[in-house]
Design a protein around this ligand. Structure first.
Ligand code: AHR
Length: 509
């Protein structure tokens, strides 16, 4: 089939906020213990972190890293996780029915974040916690020495403030499963008070209020409106969460599910703009898409019940090729909505619904690792408006879907244009033309290209066969007769069925 992507270097949506390429590390299952932190592993460094896991995470160049939950945070008291390790209590985590030894806490996470160049994004407990507890934690993290909670941090060996700028006001408080779940109006009061106190303590912080965590909930959007209208200028972002799956085993429909991610973003953004105008707030609130992924197999029942154990195997989803294409679809959607989505966090980063799994001292990179890596390498720059012209198909749940899903980032620093394109067809290759400014701007050469593809959408990596779904270099791009620097080029690309490609071009004039 033939398809075209039309772009123009001046049709800019917005700068892509680097924090859109964030991750999420929760005290859940084996994400922290046996994930990033395992002092007994032969890979452990002097701080107890696993070098092999950190090296793989480094390849994904995560930016904003959300911590410590998730559902976990709604029963978490941060004081349990600071101070001498041998004096920290073992606690019961009700959210995941697990044993929490508190050997990894605020300072361990923030030291790791610094080392990994992550922007820490901390969630406060608004389930069993209070605005005052949140405010104290902020003072512990960011206060200059000389007051009670900042001095406690100094006593714990951290003289310099950690300077944590981004804070979430609880987690999924609209969900009936959440410890401390409240009606929207009551959460809004709690969030506004917490935001106010936190900003009084440190006016440089930004806060994220809980928006709707699932489009299926009956309070979807009504919750957001109540929160936005009450919190008004106290908040900077509202959160969105989304987990998708292919329980019906309908691959074409599943591949199109990211169309509904576009709708979710656009509806929530419209609400933010509405409240901004209607309530005459100082500025509009932006979007923090702070949990997203494919998650449906290892989801309920035994997969989510730790049975009182330490580091139980929970939510250990095994990913396949079709999941990798859907992950690329989420990233395309965030890039296309760069003017609205300012933070996004893949949930999660290791072992728990994650791009990598540990087994003893072994490490497996799952299929979804590869698109994440391909996009992360090319994330710097401005999102360009992408107009596609491609055949489409009917889906069961997502209306008509294009076979082509795409986004583009222009990096003015390197003068490179990156194009991301997914062929959703299961059978047909796609002859794709890149029309840049109607042919008035040339793409001089392909500086790098990578692709993830395969014939079977259900193909997964295993510890025994770890290379079944990976990325490989992709150079099947012809710059046409105009391929020299002196004349115009309209690149043509051949995308195999079930594939996602990331291509970076040097831009001429
Ligand atoms: O990421 C797993 C869980 O999904 C999080 O703890 C929760 O916020 C969401 O429901």
């Amino acid at each position: 089939m033939n398809a075209t992507i039309h772009l123009h270097p001046h049709f800019i949506i917005d700068e892509v906020d680097p924090r859109v390429f964030g991750g999420f590390l929760e005290h859940l299952g084996r994400a922290v213990y046996q994930g990033v932190y395992e002092p007994a592993s032969r890979h452990a460094d002097e701080s107890g972190c696993r070098r092999d896991v950190l090296a793989a995470l480094d390849r994904l160049r995560f930016t904003a890293m959300r911590y410590p939950g998730g559902n976990f945070v709604s029963g978490y008291h941060w004081l349990d996780g600071v101070g001498p390790k041998d004096q920290r209590p073992k606690t019961r985590d009700l959210a995941w029915q697990s044993l929490e030894p508190n050997q990894f806490g605020t300072n361990e996470f923030l030291a790791l974040a610094k080392r990994m160049r992550w922007t820490p994004m901390m969630a406060v407990n608004l389930g069993t916690g209070t605005p005052e507890e949140a405010r104290q934690w902020l003072e512990y993290c960011n206060g200059e020495p000389g007051t009670k909670w900042a001095d406690l941090r100094v006593e714990h060996g951290f003289k310099q403030p950690h300077d944590v700028k981004l804070w979430c006001l609880g987690n999924e408080m609209d969900g009936h499963w959440q410890i401390g779940h409240l009606p929207a109006e009551q959460y809004a009061v709690l969030a506004q008070q917490t935001a106010l106190m936190m900003k009084m303590a440190d006016p440089t912080v930004e806060v994220v209020a809980c928006g709707s965590c699932a489009v299926e909930l009956p309070t979807y959007l009504a919750w957001d409106r109540a929160v936005l209208e009450h919190c008004r200028d106290a908040i900077d972002y509202v959160s969105l969460h989304r987990y998708v799956g292919n329980a019906d085993n309908d691959t074409p429909n599943f591949l199109a599910c990211t169309n509904s991610v576009d709708e979710q973003i656009e509806a929530t953004d419209a609400l933010c703009k509405f409240v901004h105008q209607y309530r005459k707030t100082k500025r509009r609130v932006y979007l923090s898409f702070d949990e997203w992924n494919v998650w449906y197999r290892a989801r309920d029942g035994a997969f989510a019940d730790g049975r009182g154990k330490f580091a139980p195997h929970l939510l250990e989803e095994v990913y396949n090729l079709e999941d990798a294409l859907v992950v690329a679809g989420f990233l395309n959607s965030f890039i296309r909505h760069a003017d609205a989505v300012k933070v996004a966090n893949l949930a999660q980063v290791v072992n728990v619904i994650a791009p990598m799994l540990t087994r003893g001292d072994e490490l497996l990179l799952q299929s979804i690792f590869y698109p994440l890596e391909m996009y992360a390498k090319r994330r710097e720059g401005r999102s360009l408006r992408v107009v596609t012209d491609a055949p489409s198909y009917d889906t069961k749940k997502h209306g008509r879907a294009s076979y082509l899903d795409a986004s583009a980032i222009l990096n003015p620093r390197t003068r490179e244009l990156s194009v991301f394109a997914t062929n959703r067809s299961l059978e047909e290759p796609m002859e794709l033309e890149l029309d840049v400014a109607g042919g008035t701007t040339s793409l001089r050469k392909l500086t790098s290209g990578e692709i993830v593809t395969g014939s079977d959408p259900k193909l997964s990596n295993t510890f025994e066969q770890p290379q079944r779904v990976t990325s490989r270099p992709f150079a099947e791009v012809s710059l046409g007769s105009g391929g020299s620097s002196s004349s115009r080029a309209t690149p043509r690309v051949k995308l195999p069925p079930l594939s996602v490609a990331a291509m970076t071009f040097e831009v001429g004039s």
